[in-house]
Design a binder for this molecule. Structure first.
Ligand SMILES: C[S@@+](CC[C@H](N)C(=O)[O-])C[C@H]1O[C@@H](n2cnc3c(N)ncnc32)[C@H](O)[C@@H]1O
Length: 248
């Protein structure tokens, strides 16, 4: 069975049935639903995010999937309250790179984690730069549009490389750091096309590329045409790390 980077990270770090887990910056709940399966009926997941629409989408997905062990709350991580409870683990994917002060947020979150509780994060990184087995100019162009958009929104696109060090700075006992290049089109890895489709309004509203340049209706086909015969394109690198809350 193929397991994506996130699920492997969560399993290897020690997410097991019965745990009570907080997913920070949960968005529409992708990671929360993986955790929900791993902790089972005897466990609980709480997803938090500042974005009202994302929380509404996550809640409606939970209803549709009959997922009773997961709940979602709209809140800003800078104002997170310890009233949320005491957790066996905190997880977060592509959230720290969006925060002005990720160390302060992680340090604050430690209050909501039990002693020796787990903290597991996954972040992207663009430091290493794109690579491809043959020239893929359309992939390069699309990748640059996405990177420019995310960076213009204040995200740190070089956060993955610093993940372990930032966790340690926040007072977490870091146990393991890993990295994996994201090969476009392999497994269920988000392709450039799906990312483009999701962030299209953000790209065009910022004037980074026009609808005509992007031509979203034909983009997927044109990207696939560049990746014939198993030629590969590596855009970003996924970093994962986990550690524990030390005893006082
Ligand atoms: C790239 S998305 C990742 C969503 C989800 N973790 C995933 O991997 O599918 C980043 C999320 O962080 C949320 N976010 C950014 N800053 C936040 C903050 N200060 N408090 C809570 N959520 C925040 C955004 O609303 C967005 O949903």
């Amino acid at each position: 069975m193929y397991l994506n980077f996130t699920e492997r990270l969560l399993r290897d770090a020690g997410i097991v049935p019965g745990m009570n887990v907080l997913d920070i910056g949960c968005g529409s709940g992708e990671v929360s639903f993986i955790v929900s399966r791993l902790v089972g009926n005897s466990g609980q997941v709480v997803g938090v995010d500042t974005n009202e629409k994302a929380i509404a989408m996550a809640q409606s997905r939970a209803l549709k999937q009959n997922c009773a062990n997961v709940s979602f709350i709209q809140t800003n991580l800078t104002e997170i309250s310890t009233e949320l409870g005491s957790f066996d683990a905190v997880v977060g994917r592509r959230i720290l790179m969006y925060l002005k002060n990720p160390v302060a947020v992680m340090n604050n979150i430690l209050e909501a984690v039990k002693t020796n509780g787990l903290l597991i994060f996954q972040e992207s990184d663009l430091t290493i730069g794109t690579q491809s087995s043959v020239p893929m100019p359309l992939h390069d162009k699309v990748f640059n549009w996405i990177a420019k958009t995310v960076a213009s929104e204040g995200a740190d696109i070089n956060f993955g490389l610093k993940l372990g060090a930032k966790m340690q700075e926040a007072g977490i006992l870091v146990k393991h750091i890993r990295a994996e290049p994201n090969i476009q089109g392999q497994g269920d890895h988000n392709s450039l096309y799906f990312t483009m489709r999701n962030i299209l309004p953000r790209i065009t509203s910022k004037g980074i590329a026009s609808q005509q340049e992007i031509e979203i209706e034909t983009l997927e086909r044109r990207l696939l045409e560049e990746r014939v015969n198993n030629h590969i394109y590596i855009g970003d690198v996924a970093f994962g790390a986990w550690g524990h809350k030390p005893s006082a």
